[in-house]
Design a protein around this ligand. Structure first.
Ligand SMILES: [Zn+2]
Length: 361
């Protein structure tokens, strides 16, 4: 795993060792001095730092590959969110609060040129990244700064490792990093984390269409929530094959097909149960079920009219790809959950607050 420590060379030590110490080589360091680290001036996570003088001895040794090139100490988003207050306090006393992060990209922003107070300009690009540290996943905005942000080629759905991110506290938390600390080949760095992260991602998208289908409300078992089969239409009796019971108190439940659209394309998703409530305008499934029942005469198209009112609204949606096996045929489906109304006002407000943190750069 490994860890890092900062080493500083002054005056004569610079003359002696400069040119001799090269990146990617392995050395034995002797006769250095240990001090407590001043965390105001370093991004390296260590309580101590080293100082070397002209009396120190530094000898190159064989690279047996036991020391990894990149050591990471990943912080989960749930820890960051949980410690939001503590982080705000820490920021007042320490210049940097750094962490490494592994997550999946859920949106890629445009390159922005930001005017700094000192008259200079700095390029910035926002990425939304998510991890799976809480049920349903958490996401955060990561702003990457530097001249290379326009040539960074990272896409939605890619798992990335980002080193040395600075936490900025404002309403919520955002992370800031440099364009040189991005690693897209997270798969080779961390195969296990990558596969579990690939399991879900977020999109911001509009509802393009909700499929008008009487099966969008089904009768669920009050115990196990599985689909019930109508046993006796005249007495409204239903049977649960799993629980092996019959009931006349089924629970009407949503199972809807929604087509979401964003700037990059569209995607059909399945949305189950209460996840569908927000999209359905908080109309309860039994109300929609009644609408379908009243639709028997051909003049009545209440359902269609109602579904039309729900289109074009924008949501933040967690997407989970699932493989269904149906009669030996595998098919890929997308489940939508964690659906919340997308608020551009809120997003812009956060952006302005974050920019104000860069006034002094
Ligand atoms: Zn059941």
């Amino acid at each position: 795993m490994g860890s890092k420590i900062q080493a500083t060379f002054f005056n004569k030590a610079v003359d002696k060792f400069e040119g001799m110490i090269k990146e990617d080589r392995v050395y034995t360091f002797r006769k250095g001095m240990v001090k407590a680290a001043n965390k105001k001036f370093t991004t390296i996570k260590n309580d101590y730092c080293l100082t070397f003088g002209p009396f120190s001895e530094i000898i190159q040794t064989e690279n047996d590959a036991k020391i990894s090139r990149n050591s990471f100490q990943f912080t989960k988003l749930s820890e960051i969110m949980k410690n939001e207050l503590a982080i705000t306090q820490t920021m007042k006393t320490q210049k940097f609060q750094c962490l490494d992060f592994i997550g999946i990209i859920t949106s890629v922003g445009e390159v922005d040129s930001i005017n700094l107070r000192n008259g200079q300009q700095k390029d910035k690009r926002d990425y939304e990244v998510a991890d799976n540290s809480a049920d349903g996943g958490l996401k955060v905005t990561v702003s990457i700064w530097g001249p290379k942000v326009s040539s960074l080629e990272f896409d939605v759905g890619q798992v990335v490792v980002i080193k040395d991110l600075k936490i900025s506290p404002y309403k919520g938390v955002c992370l800031n990093g440099s364009d040189t600390n991005f690693f897209s080949d997270a798969t080779s760095l961390r195969p296990k984390e990558t596969s579990s992260l690939k399991a879900c991602y977020y999109i911001n998208a509009r509802v393009e269409l909700i499929r008008n289908d009487p099966k969008m409300v089904y009768m669920a078992c009050p115990t196990c929530r599985k689909k019930l089969y109508e046993e006796d239409t005249s007495r409204s009796m239903y049977k649960c094959e799993k629980c092996d019971i019959t009931t006349n108190e089924p629970v009407p439940t949503y199972f809807i097909s929604v087509k979401f659209t964003d700037g990059t394309g569209s995607l059909w998703t399945k949305v189950y149960g209460n996840n569908a409530l927000e999209i359905m305008g908080n109309t309860q499934p039994d109300e929609l079920f009644k609408m379908f029942q009243n639709e028997d005469d051909e003049e009545n198209d209440d359902v269609r009219k109602f579904l039309n009112t729900l289109n074009f609204k924008e949501y933040s949606v967690m997407i989970r790809p699932i493989i269904n096996n149906y009669n030996g045929q595998e098919s890929l489906n997308y489940l939508g959950s964690n659906i919340k109304t997308y608020s551009p006002e809120k997003n812009n407000h956060f952006l302005l607050q974050r920019l104000s943190l860069y006034q002094d750069l």
